[in-house]
Design a protein around this ligand. Sequence first.
Ligand code: PBG
Length: 323
Amino acid sequence: MSFPVQRPRRLRKTQLLRDLVRETRLSPYSLIYPLFVCAGSSVRQEVGSMPGVFQQSADHILEDCREVESLGIPGVILFGLPESKDARGSSSLAQNGVVQRAIEAIRKAKLNLLVITDVCLCEYTDHGHCGVIEDGEVANDPTLEILAEQALSHARAGADIVAPSDMMDGRVGAIRKKLDHNDFSDVPILAYAAKYCSGFYGPFREAADSVPQFGDRRSYQMDPANTREALKEVALDLEEGADMVMVKPALPYLDIVRRVKDEFRVPVAAYNVSGEYSMVKAAAKNGWLDERRVVLEILTGIQRAGADFILTYHAKDAARWLK
Ligand code: PBG
């Protein structure tokens, strides 16, 4: 049957009808808000390329967390800006490190919030790479123990979920083993499984002060042209013990989100990354786009593609708009 019997416009006539037949329902419950924590107190420095995003000391992070909780957003992901950096990213393991202390502060405040931690070296190494350097190259196996120790220190501080973003081979297994041997077998791993080598991380590297001092991340992050490789990465991370997997960035990789969702029976996250955020902010500031409208459209699109939850800098605004 077709026109004139079929008239799809009938179901688009009123808001109530459209609400009734809507297939994707965005809610604050499926958003995670990223936070950049630095040392000291009373620090709140806006990131130039990310209006509305701040580098903050733990006291301000706590304020943000209270707001996030009150908006019905279930969790935050923490990135650290350490006081000192070295070749091995040692400050990432310190029990009194920036992230570790922020987790403890959030725990102490007894907020009803999931605390996720980004596990990686790039914010903590003086060369800005996600692993240790040997013979001028990012060395895989020597990096694994450091990542595992870092994840353990986050769990000890009270993290609910650890999220390795380094893209070293075998890191999920190394982290799982370390957590299990130290009585943290109940701490889940959210693996940045299909993480592409993307130009959209540009503003984040300013926010996290993690610009590589030489070369780029092509030897460990994925080629944007590949799909099968993403499925392989996801399969490997799950074999190694990942509980949830992430696709990153989100917008240029919605096909990957859908493929992962269809092929694996685990929760799929998508990271709506810094560059995706900054583009919207810049266009909105110029009056070229309606920010509220496009943000809700973008997040709906990511969810429709198959994401169970979305890490996004728009989380607080979106939650407010969805109320
Ligand atoms: C750390 C990490 C990065 C992002 C999350 N974790 C940057 C990178 O790989 O260079 C990017 C997040 C964003 O752009 O919002 N490895």
